[in-house]
Design a protein around this ligand. Structure first.
Ligand SMILES: Nc1ncnc2c1ncn2[C@@H]1O[C@H](COP(=O)(O)OP(=O)(O)OP(=O)(O)O)[C@@H](O)[C@H]1O
Length: 779
């Protein structure tokens, strides 16, 4: 700030110039404090050229006292200087802050980190968004791509005056069905995806519609139309009134809201067009009526396969108010006419097209207010109105055909049968979503038309949910249901099997335990047997030694006795052949046989059983029956033709008796001796029962072999038995030689035949030899 001191001097009255000069000279010495000096910003030094030379204009204030104004100037100059200093200081501070704190590396790092986080969150959000979109779409598809809502308007004043009543009944608990009371008081039920009653406002309607319309932002084509008789509220539902705005306005409002929400990562452009199809002609409703004839619009197929109307005005919209004005202007242009059903009846189909252009997508939403569907006769029209009605009906029936074809998934969809369906082609079918509002009147006067509309809507919905689609769903459901039942059943079975397995395992464990015990017992018994055999062998060896000494003297005597006493053998027919022990027959017994030890085909009866069998056998009249080969206890002997008393006598083993070796051959086996007591199947010349059975047995076993005079002396039975048992040919004195390996072995070896030798006959040995030893004589 420069002060014009010359001027000041002129104005200063009574101030001595000397005093003034003195006063100012102090300020001059320091240029920074000189109010006239403009300091260089930053250095605080005076700017060159701004230094004021006070020598030229020295002012002396000596003569006059300092004026108050001058004092004020001085104060202000001081203030200025202070402020300048402060400014310089603050400037340097700002410079420092810029360099260090604001854009320092830490701040930059933080910013970078935040930026990364932002990108990450943005990507996550986009992923979630696409997933939500997919799920949302699935929900819509599950509900059905073609959905039908029914809306019934309230009964109006005219209808009340005319005495009409409501024919529609709603069940508040069932929001998707309604009943129509017919003239005969019968009720007809209709079901839809949702039913709106007279009390349901525009908000409630749009709440159900919203999920479908917003699909357009996700790239789906959507078509919503209102169908019904004239005056039932189609225009009210779609356009609404300023107080009760309809689906069209609310849809655009919602689209703006969502696009605003997504504006951070997605940008949408929204365009609207409005047209009507009147008498099969397309008219642009955004072109105001003028005196010129309206431009004729046609439908063309675009390169991407969509239907376009070249020349149709498409207005980009940015907000709801703008939309409302456009809709109003379009509605004004629409063709309306007065019918006796509606003062301002829509005589055309009004279509509002909303095009949404996303970053990669472009989709269309059609909001259609159809012309009244009533039958021609109903509204008593003629002339131009009649023609309109015919066009309307034709196009509505074409729409019905298209929806039916879509729902039943037929290969040909008749889109081109009307301008309406042709226009909607790319928004009807495929993965497009379709919603139909069927508007009805509650009045009794409109019952016929109401039933017509409801039947049409039911057909649309019913076909949609019938074979092609719903049935597939039902089949799938049934399949899952069956699978679930099977699974349940299988689980039950598995549980049962597990229980069974568990019990079997327990039983097995118990059996194993028993088995182990039995094995131990068997082992003990075998050991016992071995011991016993050893003892017996010793005894037999001793007995044989003593017997062989007396054998020569006794042989003569024995033979003589045998020849005298031995009765001839019975006829061979009556004698039963000796059988293999495992092929022996059992005797028929009236009583079931008692439990006996059985080992691999060998049945060993108890002593009591054997006796019973013998008795039964004796009593059996049919002897052939006895010959039937059956398993028989080796303890049982076949009956003999001799007396009962003889039969009951203990017998010697036939097998032993049949062995007839060469007389010359000196047999060392005790088997040879056994036949000496056996003649005609009965033991002769031996005590009937010997108390010491073992001794008796030994004596029998080791008695000298009988001398056979000739072959004729040998009983055929014996021969046969012998041959069967040992495989030896009929005996020829002096010529017979054993051929069978067993016999040869027996002759060579000094051994006693015993069932003990049989392998695998543990039970046999156990029961026959050890525990019931006395029964051995029965063999
Ligand atoms: N749900 C409703 N609530 C209140 N008023 C309704 C309702 N639905 C229809 N209206 C009224 O009924 C009258 C006829 O409705 P609107 O013109 O919408 O019928 P429309 O089906 O479009 O008839 P048209 O086919 O002849 O154009 C209007 O006055 C409208 O306000």
């Amino acid at each position: 700030m420069l002060l014009n001191l010359d001027a000041m001097n002129d104005q200063s009255v009574g101030v001595p110039p000397e005093d003034s000069t003195r006063f100012l000279s102090g300020c001059d010495s320091n240029p920074a404090l000189n109010p006239e000096t403009e300091l260089n910003e930053g250095t605080g030094k005076p700017v060159d050229g701004d230094i004021v030379s006070n020598t030229d204009r020295e002012i002396s204030f000596d003569q006059e006292p300092t004026l108050p104004i001058l004092q004020k100037i001085m104060d202000l100059s001081n203030n200025i200087q202070n402020l300048k200093k402060e400014h310089i200081f603050l400037s340097s501070q700002v410079k420092d802050m810029k360099a260090d704190s604001i854009l320092g590396p830490e701040v930059l790092d933080t910013l970078k980190h935040l930026n990364n986080q932002y990108e990450l969150l943005k990507n996550k959000y986009l992923q979630e968004y696409s997933e939500r979109k997919r799920l949302y779409n699935e929900v819509i598809e599950l509900k059905g791509n073609i959905r039908v809502f029914c809306r019934c308007r309230p009964i109006n004043q005219v209808e009340v005056t005319n005495g009409c009543t409501s024919v529609v009944e709603f069940d508040p608990s069932q929001e998707n069905e309604l009943h129509i009371i017919s003239s005969d008081s019968s009720k007809k039920q209709f079901k839809f995806d949702h039913v709106f009653g007279p009390q349901d406002g525009q908000e409630a309607v749009f709440a159900q519609t919203k999920p479908i319309v917003t699909s357009v932002l996700d790239g789906y084509n959507v078509c919503i139309f209102a169908y019904g008789q004239t005056g039932t509220g189609k225009t009210f539902t779609m356009e609404g009134t300023p107080e009760n705005r309809g689906v069209n306005y609310r849809t655009l409002e919602e689209l703006f809201r969502i696009s605003g929400e997504r504006s951070n990562f997605m940008t949408y452009e929204i365009y609207v067009s409005m047209l009507e199809v009147y008498n099969e002609k397309i008219r642009d409703l955004f072109v105001e009526n003028s005196n010129q004839p309206p431009k004729r619009l046609e439908i063309k197929q675009a390169a991407d396969g969509t239907q376009e109307v070249p020349g149709l005005v498409e207005a980009r919209v940015y907000g709801t108010e703008e939309v409302w004005e456009l809709l109003k202007s379009g509605s004004r242009v629409r063709s309306v006419g007065s019918t006796n059903a509606n003062e301002l009846s829509s005589r055309s189909h009004c279509l509002l097209r909303v095009a949404v252009k996303g970053q990669k997508t472009k989709s269309h939403l059609w909001l259609v207010d159809l012309a009244g569907s009533e039958r021609v006769g109903k509204i008593e029209v003629e002339g131009e109105r009649l023609k309109e009605s015919q066009f309307i009906n034709k196009s509505l029936s074409a729409l019905g055909d298209v929806i039916s074809a879509l729902a039943s998934k037929t290969s040909h969809i008749p889109y081109r049968n009307s301008k309406l369906t042709h226009l909607l082609q790319s928004s009807l079918g495929g993965d497009c979503k379709t919603l139909m509002f069927v508007q009805i009147s509650p009045s009794t006067a409109d019952l016929g038309e109401t039933l017509c509309s409801l039947n049409f809507a039911s057909r649309v919905r019913g076909v949609e949910s019938a074979p092609a689609r719903k049935q597939a769903d039902v089949t799938e459901l049934l399949k899952y249901k069956q699978m679930a039942e099977k699974l349940k059943h299988d689980e039950k079975d598995t549980k049962k099997l597990q229980d069974n397995l568990q019990s079997l395992q327990l039983r097995l464990a118990a059996r194993e335990h028993i088995c182990k015990n039995l094995q131990e017992k068997v082992r003990d018994l075998e050991n016992q047997l071995v011991e016993e055999r050893k003892i017996r062998l010793k005894q037999e060896t001793r007995a044989f030694a003593s017997v062989s000494i007396q054998s020569s003297s006794q042989r003569q005597e024995t033979e003589k006795t045998r020849t005298e006493r031995k009765p001839p053998l019975g006829p061979s027919k009556l004698r039963l052949p000796l059988r293999r022990i495992n092929n022996a027959m059992s005797l028929p017994s009236p009583a079931p046989p008692k439990k006996s030890a059985t080992t691999k085909g060998f049945s060993v009866a108890s002593t009591e059983d054997k006796e019973n069998n013998i008795r039964t056998m004796m009593a059996a009249p049919n002897k052939n029956a006895l010959l039937q080969p059956r398993r028989i206890s080796v303890a049982v002997r076949p009956p003999l033709p001799s007396t009962t008393a003889e039969v009951l006598k203990p017998k010697r083993r036939v097998s032993i008796a049949t062995l007839q070796p060469e007389p010359s051959l000196q047999m060392t086996t005790p088997l040879r001796a056994s036949s000496s007591h056996f003649q005609n199947g009965s033991a002769i010349g031996r005590p009937s029962f010997v108390r010491d059975q073992r001794k008796a047995r030994y004596s029998r076993l080791f008695s000298p072999l009988p001398k056979l005079k000739n072959a004729s002396e040998t009983s055929p039975t014996i021969m046969r038995s012998s041959s069967k048992f040992m495989g030896s040919p009929p005996l020829q004195p002096g010529s017979w030689k054993p051929k069978h390996p067993t016999v040869v072995a027996l002759q060579r070896k000094s051994l006693v035949w015993s069932p003990l030798k049989l392998k695998g006959m543990k039970a046999y040995r156990k029961s026959l030899l050890l525990p019931s030893r006395p029964s051995a004589d029965m063999q």
